[in-house]
Ligand binder design. Sequence first.
Ligand SMILES: [Zn+2]
Length: 130
Amino acid sequence: MNRLKKFMTGRYGGDQLSLALILISMVLTFIGSVTGILVISILSYLPLIWCVFRILSKNIRKRQLENYRFAMLMSPVYSALVRLIYRIRDSKTHKIYKCPQCKAKLRLPKGKGKICITCTLCKTEFVRKT
Ligand SMILES: [Zn+2]
């Protein structure tokens, strides 16, 4: 354990991009084995090699920049996924309405009957059954 600790001192280690590379490699390995296409199975090693290179790299600043760029690239995807999870979770208690004027999405509780809704952005009022 002490030798591994000594070996890893000054090296970058794992991060989100490394994890994504491992997942990509696993998916490619699975696809390659299911379809039987050898090229995909061979290509599945590339993300894994890149991942090991990143983990063992001593150029920490460059690896951090790569991970930052990856996080910025994945940020909209992550946000959309979180919004979708919240929307599914709230679907029993809340409903999303679109403002007829500015198309803003308004989240309202269900089961309140026919109510007058005021848009928070443009102050347009419209009546909907919740
Ligand atoms: Zn509006």
